[in-house]
Design a protein around this ligand. Sequence first.
Ligand SMILES: Nc1ncnc2c1ncn2[C@@H]1O[C@H](COP(=O)(O)OP(=O)(O)OP(=O)(O)O)[C@@H](O)[C@H]1O
Length: 250
Amino acid sequence: MAHSALTARALTRDFRGFRAVDAVDLDVADGSVHALVGPNGAGKTTLFNLLTGFLRPTAGRIEVGGRDITGLAPEKIARLGVARSFQITSLFSQLTCREHVELALAGDLGWKFWRSDKLLHRHRDRALELLGQVGLAGHAESTADSLAYGRKRALELALALALDPKVLLLDEPTAGMGVEDVDRTVELIGRVRDGRTVVMVEHNMSVVGALADRVTVLQAGKVLVEGAYAQVRDDERVISAYLGEAHVAD
Ligand SMILES: Nc1ncnc2c1ncn2[C@@H]1O[C@H](COP(=O)(O)OP(=O)(O)OP(=O)(O)O)[C@@H](O)[C@H]1O
């Protein structure tokens, strides 16, 4: 069996008595793409935030490469090689794509944006290379706020890749995208997964089918089913969980 890059044991998170994530066990195999799916409110985002240290678990344990990271701060977890895609909306709309990636490479994404140009330019070549990898070579000097939505998401990915993570966590990488951007993003993730482990929360089942080696289906905070995509897709329990959602949405 492949080693686990990331594991969770009995991971639990309560919000004022409400159990959003309930004793979840997760084994993400080294080098795999592992999708977290499930109907709205299943606990996917909460689990994602627990795995990246943005939320503290109420109970349970998280390990990265066999090391206990439970309760560590997000920056520490990132330093251990687990990075999540940034939300560009919280960054600096007037900085260019290149400047964003230079900041990420300097390890200062977010706060010390007064870093000297000289220091940042040290990272220029690598920044341009990363922008090329995510299809933004022609947009290096465009400001973040001038980018179309799909390209903003690509920039987010470049920022996460700047940390050269062993484990890359993507929160709904294709959310809100049109078909063309979805296809481009699938192709992109297919490329950047090389040599890494990817965990993604994803609603679009064709994206999951195209990329994921393994799928964990959550429902009401618990693992409902886990397996290969084809197996999970045809599972009666999964079908009724989603049908239940469609019914609620009516
Ligand atoms: N900060 C919070 N305080 C209280 N309840 C919360 C909080 N965050 C999440 N929840 C609740 O926990 C449950 C799981 O939410 P979560 O966002 O993790 O689900 P999800 O599977 O990501 O859903 P979606 O697909 O709609 O994003 C929901 O019932 C939600 O209302």
